[in-house]
Design a protein around this ligand. Structure first.
Ligand SMILES: Cc1cc2nc3c(=O)[nH]c(=O)nc-3n(C[C@H](O)[C@H](O)[C@H](O)COP(=O)(O)OP(=O)(O)OC[C@H]3O[C@@H](n4cnc5c(N)ncnc54)[C@H](O)[C@@H]3O)c2cc1C
Length: 457
C-alpha cells in the first residue's frame, strides 16, 4: 500500500476517509466500550454500497485487516481494528417503512433508536435490544433479543432479506429465495460472511405498552428470583420480564434514600390486552417494591429507558451464558456475586423463550431454541483504573454460575477471549454448516475481525 494507492482509494469514495493525524481521528475511532482502544490505519466512512465495494476491494488487494462497524457497540470492540481498515457504516442511515406490507428497509448504519422512531409513527416495531444507541447491524447479525422477543421472536427471526457486499467485492442480495445459504448464515452467524449494506425486516404492532421497572430490596431478591423463574415458564408471550441484579443509580430521578443500594429489578413489558390487570396480578404476588414505575409507556420510551445510564465510553467487561433453569443453588450463586458488584455492574436474565421457540435449531444460524434466558454478567464502571476489578468480578461470577448453565452463549455477550469451543457450543450442530458457508463466501477469511468462524478445511 503506497500513498498513491491510498489517494486513489480516497478519491474513489463518495464518503470520507479519516487517518491518524486527521482532525476527528480520535472521535472516529472511539468505541462504546472505553476499555478498548484501537488505532486503525484508515476509517472509511462509506455512504453507499458502491463505497463499501471499493473499501472491501482495497482492503483485500492490500492485505489489510478489515473491521466492519455498525453502531460501534460491540463489547470486545470488533467494529474496529489496529493498523487496518475500518468500514464504518454509520453514515448509511436510511429507514423506509412500508406500512402496507408491514416491512421496514434499514440502512446498515442505523441504531435501533433510528428504526424504532420511524416504525413507531405507524404503530409498528421490530424486536431489537433494550438500549436505543445499539447498532442494528451487529445486534441483528448475531441474533438480537429484547422486549418483544417472547411475542415476535429474535431480530433475525424477522429478517426477510439483506443486501451484502462479499469478500470478492461483488454485491448480492440474500433472502429465502436468493442465496438462501448466505441468508441462513446471516441470521445469527455475525459479521463473518460479508458487509451487509441494508436489511429488510418484518414489523409488528407495538405502540403503547404497559411496562417499566419494578425495583425490590436485595433482602427480597431470593423470593423475587424464585417467583420469576416460575412465572416466566407460564407467562403469555405478550408479557416479557427481564430480571436484573444491580445497584440503584445514584442520581435523579431515583429517590435519594435508595441511591447506590443493591437491588433486584424486574423490567416489565406487556404488549397485549389487559396489560395493567396482568401487571397488577403480579404486583399482588410479589413483595412490596422500593420503587414501582411500571405504567403505560410508548415503545420508543421503553427502548431508550436505559440510554442515560449507559453512556458511551465506560469500561465494560462481560460474559454470558444461555440458561435453561434457575435452581435454588444457582440463585444462591447469583446473590453471592451480586453482593460484590461495583455500583455500575449488573447481571441480567433476558427471556428468549416464547416465539423464539417457534423456530427449529436448523432454521437459521442461531441454533439455541431451547434456552429460557440469555444471561449477561457485565462489569461496568466509568473509571479505567477499575478495568482489572471488573474483569475479575465478571470472570469469577461466570465461573461460579456456568456449571448451572448451557455450554454456549449469545455471541454478542462474549469478549474476544472466549475461545473456539465456546463459539462451537453456541452454534451447536449449525457450526459445521456455518464453516461451509464461510468457505463459499469468504474462503480467505477476509472478514475475521469478529466472533470468527474460520472457513471449513
Ligand atoms: C449497552 C448495551 C446494551 C445491549 N443490549 C442488547 C440487547 O438488549 N439485546 C441484544 O441482542 N444485544 C444487546 N447488546 C449487544 C449488542 O447487540 C452487540 O454489542 C452488537 O455487537 C452491537 O452492534 P453494533 O452494530 O453497535 O456493533 P459494532 O461494534 O459496530 O459491530 C460489531 C460487529 O458486528 C459485525 N457487523 C457490524 N455491522 C455489520 C455489517 N453491516 N455487516 C456485517 N457485519 C457487521 C462485525 O462483525 C462487527 O465486528 C447490547 C450492547 C450494549 C453495549
Amino acid at each position: 500500500m503506497n500513498d498513491e494507492g491510498v489517494g486513489r482509494f480516497v478519491a474513489g469514495l463518495r464518503g470520507n476517509v479519516i487517518r491518524p493525524g486527521d482532525d476527528g481521528y480520535d472521535e472516529a475511532r472511539r468505541l462504546f466500550n472505553g476499555m478498548i482502544d484501537k488505532r486503525p490505519l484508515l476509517i472509511a466512512r462509506c455512504v453507499d454500497a458502491g463505497d463499501v465495494m471499493t473499501a472491501v476491494n482495497f482492503a483485500r488487494d492490500n492485505q489489510l485487516a478489515v473491521a466492519i462497524r455498525g453502531g460501534g457497540h460491540n463489547g470486545p470492540g470488533l467494529g474496529s481494528v489496529d493498523d487496518g481498515l475500518v468500514i464504518d457504516l454509520s453514515m448509511m442511515k436510511g429507514v423506509r417503512v412500508d406500512p402496507k406490507n408491514r416491512t421496514v428497509r434499514v440502512g446498515a448504519g442505523c441504531t435501533t433508536g433510528d428504526v424504532d422512531h420511524a416504525t413507531h409513527a405507524f404503530g409498528q416495531a421490530v424486536p431489537f435490544g433494550i438500549i436505543s444507541t445499539t447498532g442494528v447491524a451487529g445486534l441483528t447479525l448475531s441474533g438480537g433479543h429484547g422486549y418483544l422477543s417472547r411475542q415476535y421472536g429474535l431480530a433475525v427471526d424477522n429478517l426477510i432479506g439483506a443486501d451484502v457486499v462479499l469478500a470478492d467485492g461483488t454485491f448480492v442480495t440474500a433472502s429465502e429465495t436468493e442465496n438462501p445459504d448466505l441468508f441462513w448464515a446471516l441470521r445469527g452467524g455475525g459479521g463473518n460472511f460479508g458487509v451487509v449494506t441494508s436489511f429488510l425486516f418484518r414489523t409488528h404492532p407495538a405502540k403503547i405498552l404497559y411496562g417499566g421497572p419494578i425495583i425490590f430490596e436485595m433482602s427480597d431478591a431470593e423470593r423475587v428470583m424464585r417467583w420469576y423463574r416460575d412465572f416466566v415458564t407460564k407467562a403469555p408471550e405478550v408479557f416479557y420480564i427481564f430480571l436484573g441484579l444491580q445497584s440503584v443509580p445514584g442520581g435523579d430521578p431515583f429517590p435519594r434514600e435508595h441511591w447506590n443500594k443493591k437491588m433486584c429489578v424486574l423490567l416489565v413489558a406487556h404488549n397485549g390486552e389487559g396489560a395493567e390487570q396482568a401487571v397488577n396480578a403480579i404486583r399482588a404476588e410479589l413483595p412490596k417494591p422500593m420503587i414501582d414505575w411500571a405504567g403505560p409507556i410508548p415503545y420508543t420510551a421503553l427502548q431508550s429507558l436505559f440510554d442515560a445510564l449507559y453512556p458511551a465510553g465506560q469500561q465494560w467487561y462481560w460474559k454470558g451464558d444461555f440458561v435453561q433453569a434457575l435452581p435454588d443453588a444457582a440463585i444462591a450463586v447469583h446473590l453471592k456475586y451480586a453482593a460484590m458488584a461495583s455500583p455500575g455492574s449488573a447481571m441480567h436474565l433476558y427471556p428468549i423463550d416464547g416465539a423464539v421457540r417457534q423456530k427449529r435449531p436448523g432454521d437459521s444460524a442461531w441454533s439455541t431454541r431451547d434456552a429460557r434466558w440469555s444471561m449477561v454478567i457485565a462489569g461496568i464502571d466509568p473509571d479505567p483504573a477499575k478495568a482489572g476489578d471488573l474483569k475479575r468480578w465478571a470472570t469469577d461470577y461466570w465461573k461460579a454460575i456456568h456449571p448451572f448453565d448451557m455450554a454456549g452463549a449469545y455471541p454478542n455477550f462474549m469478549m474476544a477471549d472466549e475461545g473456539e469451543a465456546r463459539l462451537r457450543a453456541s452454534f451447536g450442530e449449525n457450526y459445521p454448516r456455518l464453516a461451509e458457508v464461510k468457505k463459499k463466501f469468504d474462503p480467505a477469511n477476509l472478514f475475521h475481525v469478529n466472533q470468527n468462524i474460520p472457513p471449513a478445511a
